[in-house]
Write a protein that binds this ligand. Sequence first.
Ligand SMILES: Nc1ncnc2c1ncn2[C@@H]1O[C@H](COP(=O)(O)OP(=O)(O)OP(=O)(O)O)[C@@H](O)[C@H]1O
Ligand SMILES: [Mg+2]
Length: 418
Amino acid sequence: MNTIRASTKGLETIDRLRQQKGWNRQSQAWCQEAFTTVATLRRFWQRDPIQQDTFIRICHAVNVERWEEVVEGAIPASAVQLVRSDGMPDVSIFYGRPDELAKLTQWITTDRCRLIALLGMGGIGKSTLAVRLAEQLAPQFELVTWRSLRYTPSLEKLLSELTQLLCERTDLAQSDTIEEQISSLIEGLQRHRVLLVLDGWETVLSSGDFAGHYREGYKSYGEMLQRVGQEGHKSCLLLTSREKTPEISLLEGQTAPVRSLNLTGLGEVAQEIFRSEGLADEEQWSRLIQIYRGNPLVLQVIATFVRELFGGSVTEFLRQGGTLITGDLNYFLRQLFERLSSLEMQVMQQLAHTQEPMLLQQLREALPDISNQDLLGALQSLWWRSLIERSATGAFTLQPIIAEYTIHYLKWLRDKEE
Ligand SMILES: Nc1ncnc2c1ncn2[C@@H]1O[C@H](COP(=O)(O)OP(=O)(O)OP(=O)(O)O)[C@@H](O)[C@H]1O
Ligand SMILES: [Mg+2]
């Protein structure tokens, strides 16, 4: 693996950034965030060559935007391995997530997982985290490649692009069956150590049904997933999805090479979003984060709204009561709700109206027309979509913004029908 060292000028930049973080040069917090030791950090400061991936993590920990710019001399050609493609988000502004990065790094590098699903509600930060991780891990792979599924490419098209990249095969015959194409992909994943990121898996899943069913014409995506998870190879497929898929659910396990991580909100570090928007009333920021469950997309929309309509006063905004659903959020949430089946909608309606966490038995009593099997199916599906929460007592509930939007959405549906 490559070793690199910082330039003198590069160290000055790092020094400035670490002061902003309030860290000293051999800070434990820094070591923890960069998954390194004090000894290595010391070598970094002495400008001794260190492993490239450690170097990158040390830089990222103090929010260096482009680590390439603080390196001494030219970057070794093999360092530029991340194949960027359309739709890949810019992650130059990135807060928190040290635990998630540590866990995923361990799964990929130590445990050698073959298939990982990064799951969570829309806007929670799946794509952002996946890019950050891909950037950090790039030096450990021969190739890191990113594909957005936003425009739902056919699997044939996706596989033909990927196999060309991995197998340098340009002779893929049109007549190759989808099974043969998947085999070619696996062959590429066996021959090279590749990190393949597929972003937005939910777009190949259908709506109006329970979560995890494939859209018409996209079932072969599920077959690919199953084979990548089951067959031996030395690569990793990381997918991000708003919904869990059955293949992951069946194959995953704590020691299995298939795992999933449910991403939750950003936590207190989301205060940075309010700071960058210049909001006032810092003592109320934690409350906003709690109400919106640290969802960075939602918090960004809210922060802009508070700045524009309340002159930045969070106190004034909170005085309005309720969880305000602005125009932008309306559109975003409608996308999530339009995917729900009618059974799921009935459960959502019940939870939103009760406004209290409900145990399974209470839900059964409140919804006597739904069979036990359907009710359990609907709950699992909502769980897979990250739309319901479970309280400490095991009762089901909705986060405030989802509860409020459920009522709003049902009214909107009724108005539309009239
Ligand atoms: N760790 C983070 N630090 C700073 N901003 C973040 C972070 N995570 C996410 N964001 C911001 O939040 C927004 C939503 O993030 P992202 O697109 O990654 O969410 P997602 O879970 O992939 O959503 P979707 O399901 O809609 O694809 C983006 O504007 C992104 O910049
Ligand atoms: Mg995304």
